[in-house]
Design a protein around this ligand. Structure first.
Ligand code: FMN
Length: 346
């Protein structure tokens, strides 16, 4: 599966290509083309992320690529240091009608309005159990959402259901209150919901990450960051897709969201001053992009759209580029770059 495979995939409708990729990985297809090289050990790139662990490098798989946790081994073979599966909702649901995923090639972007299509908590938890996943080799997290037909006043029950089911099975959990494709979901990014969630989560609180959207005003966003911090959540993932209505209704990912997600990292840092562990997501397409996120305070990053445009060797290529970029900027270890963007600020 070299350049031709990647080129061929791009001739197919985006969602068909996505489904084929996950099936191919589930069947162990990548192993025909490469000797699995679990976690490329690249000197100087190790990162320690609270509740996730010591990682050989900072690149993880973002939520939405493998919603049903079908192919964690295949994604681990691609070199990812950690994986996020989901979004999972308590009950199975079909998601929005197709088409619901588009490529914007000249922008290196995707627009999706998938709408949490997934097989539901029970089936996915059973699958994960049967995989006997070794989290020490590759930490795996589950991203949790609410069903579309759960009234927003009952949303807490949906998240607590996910927490109860996956707390023991996964290394970390993500509360997704940021998808633009489930009506009312983003309104959960507010104080009373987060406080109730923190209370309800009990001893799982220290493995709960909150994934936020990049479309709030600065003031609102910073209030939410302060609340997440006060409530004792493990950390934040910044950010989800940017809501758009043109050329399609949905969330845009890839290059157009890079600067917006960087602003979120900066706004968040103004509030927490480096005390709230952060994972960056949004528009990472090359190694230099990763360093920009780390310099803005992220301890790790996640990618999705880069897999579509750069193909199955994306992680290995990004790591090579990141190493070059580190050297160019005079860092001997990636850890030394964390938060350096803010140096000189009082
Ligand atoms: C097709 C697709 C499906 C996605 N599904 C989810 C999802 O289920 N849950 C979630 O939290 N984020 C989801 N996302 C957002 C990604 O996890 C990521 O935050 C976003 O795409 C920005 O990263 P990127 O620019 O590297 O793609 C999805 C993105 C895409 C493109």
């Amino acid at each position: 599966m070299g350049a031709w495979g990647t080129w061929g995939m791009r001739q197919l409708p985006a969602e068909v290509a996505h489904e084929l990729t996950v099936k191919f990985l589930e069947w162990g297809g990548l192993r025909f083309f490469m000797r699995p090289n679990l976690h490329p050990q690249v000197a100087g790139l190790t990162m320690n992320v609270p509740s996730i662990g010591q990682l050989p490098h900072p690149i993880g798989l973002a939520a939405g690529m493998d919603k049903n946790c079908q192919a964690p081994m295949g994604f681990a073979d691609m070199g990812f240091a950690f994986l996020e599966m989901g979004t999972v909702t308590p009950r199975p649901q079909p998601g929005n009608p197709k088409p619901r995923l588009w490529r914007l090639k000249s922008q290196l972007a995707l627009v999706n309005r998938m709408g949490f299509n997934n097989e539901g908590t029970k089936k996915i938890a059973e699958r994960l159990k049967s995989q006997h996943w070794d989290h020490r080799a590759t930490p795996l997290g589950i991203n949790l959402g609410k069903n579309k037909d759960t009234p927003i006043e009952r949303a807490l029950d949906d998240y607590l259901c996910g927490i109860a089911e996956f707390a023991e099975l996964s290394r970390y959990l993500v509360i997704n209150i940021s998808s633009p494709n489930t009506p009312g979901l983003r309104a959960l990014a507010e104080k009373s919901f987060l406080q109730e969630l923190a209370r309800g989560a009990g001893s799982s609180l220290d493995k709960l990450w909150i994934k936020l959207d990049p479309d709030m005003t600065r003031r609102k966003f910073q209030e939410v960051i302060a609340t997440v911090s006060e409530c004792g959540f493990r950390g934040i993932i910044l950010s989800n897709t940017h809501k758009v209505s043109y050329p399609y209704e949905g969330g845009v990912s890839g290059h157009p969201v890079f600067a917006l997600a960087n602003s979120c990292l900066e706004w968040a840092h103004e509030v927490h001053k480096g005390t709230l562990p952060t994972i960056a997501s949004g528009g990472i397409l090359c190694g230099a992009d990763i360093l920009q996120k780390i310099m803005r305070g992220a301890l790790a990053v996640q990618i999705l759209t880069a897999l579509v445009y750069r193909g199955p060797w994306a992680v290995f290529e990004l790591l090579r580029e990141l190493t070059e970029e580190l050297k160019l900027r005079g860092f001997s270890r990636l850890q030394d770059a964390v938060g350096t963007y803010y140096e000189g600020e009082s």
